[in-house]
Write a protein that binds this ligand. Structure first.
Ligand code: NAD
Length: 251
């Protein structure tokens, strides 16, 4: 039996990178995946690719920074599926700016997606996940929530908040049969950090911080998400799992 057979899974930011790999992995394991992204075209392309490989998926345009859109999508999920078994809060944006030059607007933009997007989806999906009775929420934090470098203050702060929120929700949602866990990726080769990794000097420096001496691939994160989403993780909630080649444990 496949590990997500008959499970309804919603992944945010699934049009590219880590979210795409999670959507494809979940579908391969028998899940029906709601592929959502602010870029509706990208979501459509991923859902089509899944269906072409005999998986089950539907595409949805979803900006996690927009409460009305999140509510509308959850209403649609209720009508079509009646419940939600897995929610992956993956949508996230980066920002590399000197802290002292950040305007309120720049600061808020990152929070609106990285933390508030996670808050909105976890809140609005609650009734659907309670109906599941055996649901799993996976939130994407980052090693940058515990290890720090210059110009990353807003990103690090949002990811630290995502980790703290996850632990709180794990406690609050446990009574409803909903587990909540967090993934902390290290450097993963996606568009988010592609600009840095394509600079050989920077890439070399980043690799020296990574004991396994390679960058992560989106599939590395997807495999960890699959475990947390599956019934094999039935006794795991409130956990934070580093998927970082050991980077989070170095000095
Ligand atoms: N790549 C890394 O090294 C790394 C490391 C640690 C954590 N993460 C986290 O993993 C998650 C995925 O990162 P990635 O590297 O795949 O990024 P990515 O930039 O490759 O893909 C992000 C996807 O999210 C979508 N998105 C952006 N804003 C959105 C919004 N408001 N609503 C819905 N979708 C939106 C984008 O359209 C894109 O498809 C993020 O939360 C990121 O912070 C990534």
């Amino acid at each position: 039996m496949r590990r997500l057979e008959n499970k309804i899974a919603l992944v945010t930011g699934a049009g590219a990178g880590i979210g795409r790999a999670i959507a494809e992995t979940f579908a391969r394991e028998g899940g029906h995946v709601l592929v959502t992204d602010v870029d509706g075209e990208a979501a459509r392309e991923v859902a089509d690719a899944i269906v072409m490989s005999n998986g089950a998926a539907s595409a949805h345009t979803l900006d996690v920074a927009d409460t009305a859109q999140v509510k509308a999508l959850m209403d649609e999920v209720k009508e079509v599926h009646g419940r939600l078994d897995v929610l992956v809060n993956n949508a996230g944006v980066g920002a590399r700016t000197d802290f002292r030059h950040m305007s309120d607007e720049d600061w808020n933009k990152v929070w609106q997606v990285n933390l508030d997007g996670t808050v909105r989806c976890a809140r609005e999906a609650f009734d659907l996940m309670r109906t599941s009775g055996n649901a799993s929420v996976i939130n994407l934090s980052s090693v940058m929530s515990v290890k720090h470098t210059r110009q990353m203050a807003v990103y690090s702060a949002t990811k630290g908040a995502v980790s703290a929120l996850s632990r709180s929700l794990a406690v609050e949602y446990a009574a409803y049969g909903i587990r909540v866990n967090t993934l902390l990726p290290g450097y993963v080769e996606t568009a988010l950090i592609g600009r840095f990794l394509s600079n050989p000097m920077i890439a070399k420096a980043l690799l020296t911080q990574t004991p396994l001496r390679r960058f992560g691939q989106p599939e590395d994160i997807a495999n960890a998400a699959l475990f947390l989403a599956s019934d094999e993780a039935a006794y795991i909630t409130g956990a934070a799992l580093n998927v970082d080649g050991g980077m989070g444990t170095t000095l």
